[in-house]
Design a protein around this ligand. Structure first.
Ligand code: 13P
Length: 280
């Protein structure tokens, strides 16, 4: 059990046709709630933190906490750097023991994206870690600071990225977006199907918050193996604290417990939708 490579989890998910939740975390309570859910539902999970969130959860402090929690877990847990933006941060995550990293060079033309992925792949190989990259660009950004235009993934570019870099997982842009959707998302399953036909490696769906359960199931049936969920867990934790604050008698530790419960509630809900329960 405990700390494992992301590719190991995604391989089992591919063989047994389910999705693995990659849950973004920002503090100890969120980590504890996510792992509690994974243990209770006997599910593998991925704990991740995005580079843009590091000003709030510094990698040198928070990274070792994530690793320690994964090692102590009774289920397999991969620890992942989400949307890595530069080599120094990626290298630090690898040194701390993260078992996978994402390099997000998706804003660059495909050949420059490939060149960045190759650099990260060489580095990650030295640590025995896995690499995820993205083709196309999601609308919005992980911290809501930028409102990118959406650029759908081109399946031919997905193939090119895979053949040139031999990376471990590719994130697609099929109408999904980071943060809360302004209107109901309409996923383009044809792109997923075309990408699936071209590459044998696990595909990744970012922007999990706000996707319907039915679309999650269709994505999993279409070959998505890693599903990123961030905003929904942050909201769940925030709401748990809001409710807690209405109580007459309050103290810090009870509030901390409410945060754990908020994280647990959202992670367990997604574990069941992704059908990763009882897979350990
Ligand atoms: P959401 O915040 O929309 O769930 O997106 C999470 C994500 O894709 C992180 O990379």
């Amino acid at each position: 059990m405990s700390l494992v490579n992301m590719s190991k989890l995604l391989k089992d998910a591919s063989v047994n046709h389910y999705g693995v939740g990659a849950f973004s975390v920002a503090n100890m309570e969120m980590v504890l709630g996510a792992i509690q859910a994974a243990e209770e539902f006997k599910s593998p999970i991925i704990l991740q933190v995005a580079q843009v969130r590091l000003p709030y959860s510094p990698l040198k402090v928070f990274g070792p906490l994530m690793i320690a929690a994964a090692k102590a877990a009774k289920v397999p847990v991969a620890v992942h750097l989400d949307h890595g933006l530069d080599i120094d941060t990626i290298k630090l995550a690898l040194e701390l023991g993260f078992t996978s990293v994402m390099i997000d060079a998706s804003a660059l033309p495909i050949d420059e994206n490939i060149a960045m992925v190759l650099k990260v792949k060489v580095l990650a190989d030295q640590y025995g870690a896995d690499v995820e990259a993205e083709v196309g660009q999601l609308a919005g950004s992980e911290d809501g600071s930028v409102d990118h235009e959406m650029l759908y993934s081109d399946p031919e570019e997905v193939l090119k990225l895979y053949t040139k870099t031999n990376l471990d997982a590719i994130a697609l842009s099929i109408g999904n977006a980071h943060g809360l959707y302004k209107k109901e998302p309409k996923l383009n399953f044809k792109i997923l199907e075309e990408a699936r036909k071209r590459v044998p490696i696990p595909l990744v769906l970012h922007g999990g918050s706000g996707i319907s359960d039915e679309d999650f199931r269709k994505c999993i049936a279409g070959g998505i193996r890693k599903i990123n969920v961030a905003t929904a867990t942050f909201l769940s934790v925030e709401e748990a604290v809001r409710q807690y604050c209405k109580e007459e008698k309050r103290d810090y530790f009870s509030m901390s417990k409410a945060m754990v419960c908020g994280s647990y509630a959202n992670v367990s809900r997604h574990i069941k939708v992704f059908q990763s329960d009882n897979k350990v």
